[in-house]
Design a binder for this molecule. Structure first.
Ligand code: GDP
Ligand code: IMO
Ligand code: MG
Length: 427
């Protein structure tokens, strides 16, 4: 089956946008299936930088179909802003489709996200405050409003007014804050829907027809596996399934329709938001990685926490996603270090463990066991062939492959399209 899934195999921001944009050159269709505009995917083309939050990262090619699948939570305001920015830059966005089933984010979701974070105090998750969790809560609670419902104004009005009444009770009664005027939201969303109409359809049909007619489909993960609501570092996670299985429900495709599963993996580790992080470097090296890798959030601008590559963690994410390949990102950031460390086990209460623990309390007490490798000094950002990489860079890549037992098929040595080394053809 000519389909490729790209998921983040760490805590997000692995460089998914860059590699999706690169591979989209060969694909026909690019599909987002979970999360919302909490994502921040950076794509650099011809020295122009684009940040996509809700739009699939294939949107810069006018001949590719870009789909926002049913599993996404959809903020119309954020979406239209992105469309406006792209169109002002001369990018054709008529190739975008949105599934009629996506759950719509309303202002009360964003407000509850903020209020709930404030009420968590020291235990805050560090959310992006985009209303993602509260919108998924409504979906799971079976009270959420889906985009297709906005097309019938009378129906939408009834649903919205009911929802606002319920949410106002929560916002005013429990959080002691100011509620919303439903008419005001209704009027704004009716304006949005006039612009959105042309994009709304049943995208599961489009994806199925593309797959069965032999078109190349690229499934674009947002966030990262460790942020999965079930399999991630709960509760410091997002509210969706950024794992390969998430594409089946989030895009409405059977698992037998998925071919290759590529894990986007940084050559080190980063994390935004709270929660344990065994290989975190709270020192000068961590600071150097942050500056060299420009590790500041695309969505919130927050400095990202940085640390060495954690093999235990990626072995776990490789297993639960069924990775068939790794795309090793930001390799160039590690140039210049005398020594490079990779974590190949954890020490927990005097014992060595190899499985990433589900229990956060246990994880926070794990100390990494490192394998130390010699670094390389050369600038690798212009290298096009694997053979031309410095010997120590190759040794590092091969050590990762050997540890994970998954081939590293792509190596990214810079943020631009042409800074990509392909060891084995994808598609
Ligand atoms: P995403 O959320 O997984 O799409 O990743 P982000 O875009 O949030 O963060 C990755 C950052 O790394 C962006 O600023 C990219 O432009 C940048 N980037 C991607 N690949 C590379 C690479 O190989 N080298 C360098 N130096 N930067 C890269
Ligand atoms: P991309 O697609 C990194 C994190 C937030 C927070 C937690 C919950 O760019 O890799 P949410 O707003 O989703 O309820 O926040 O998840 N988070 C991300 N971290 N990259 C992302 O997306 C993220 N999306 C959410 O920082 O810790
Ligand atoms: Mg990002």
């Amino acid at each position: 089956m000519p389909s490729v899934v790209i998921i983040g195999a760490q805590w997000g921001d692995e460089g998914k946008g860059k590699i999706i944009d690169y591979l989209a050159g060969k694909a026909d269709v690019v599909v987002r299936a979970q999360g919302g505009n909490n994502a921040g995917h950076t794509v650099i083309v011809d020295d122009k930088k684009y940040a996509f939050h809700l739009l699939p990262s294939g949107v810069l090619y006018s001949d590719k179909q870009n789909i926002i699948g049913n599993g996404v939570v959809f903020d119309p305001e954020g979406f239209l802003k992105e469309i406006d920015i792209l169109e002002s830059q001369g990018v054709d966005t008529s190739n975008v489709m949105i599934d009629e089933r996506v759950h719509v984010i309303f202002p009360y979701h964003k407000k509850i996200d903020v209020l709930e974070e404030e009420s968590r105090g020291e235990n805050k998750i560090g959310t992006t405050k985009k209303g993602i969790g509260p919108c998924y809560m409504d979906k799971i609670e079976r009270s959420g409003i889906r985009l297709g419902e906005l097309l019938d104004k009378e129906h939408f009005k009834n649903r919205l007014f009911q929802q606002v009444e319920r949410k106002n009770k929560l916002i005013e009664g429990f959080y002691e804050s100011q509620g919303f005027d439903p008419q005001e939201i209704y009027d704004i969303y009716c304006q949005y829907v006039e612009r959105l109409k042309k994009y709304i359809t049943d995208t599961t049909v489009v994806v199925y027809e593309a797959l069965t007619s032999g078109k190349k489909v690229l499934f674009e993960g947002a966030q990262g596996t460790l942020l999965d609501i079930d399999l991630g570092t709960y509760p410091y996670v997002t509210s969706s399934h950024p794992t390969s299985g998430g594409f089946c429900v989030g895009a409405g495709v059977g698992p037998n329709m998925i071919g290759e599963v590529i894990g986007a993996v940084k050559a080190y580790t980063t994390r935004v938001g709270s929660g344990p992080f065994p290989t975190e470097l709270d020192d000068e090296i961590g600071g150097q990685i942050r500056v060299k890798g420009n590790e500041f959030g695309t969505t919130t601008g927050r400095p990202r926490r940085c640390g060495w590559f954690d093999g235990v963690m990626v072995k776990y994410t490789s297993r639960i996603n069924g990775l068939t390949a790794v795309s090793l990102m930001l390799m160039d950031v590690l140039s210049g270090f005398d020594k490079i460390k990779m974590c190949i086990g954890y020490e927990y209460k005097g014992e060595v463990i190899q499985h990433f623990p589900a229990d956060l309390n246990k994880l926070s007490q794990c100390t990494p066991i490192y394998k130390e490798l010699d670094g390389w000094k050369e600038d690798i950002t212009q290298i096009e062939k694997y053979e031309d990489l410095p010997i120590n860079a190759k040794k590092y890549i091969e050590a990762i492959e050997e540890y994970l037992q998954v081939p590293v098929k792509i190596i990214s040595v810079g943020p631009k399209r042409n800074q990509t080394i392909i060891r084995e053809t994808i598609f």
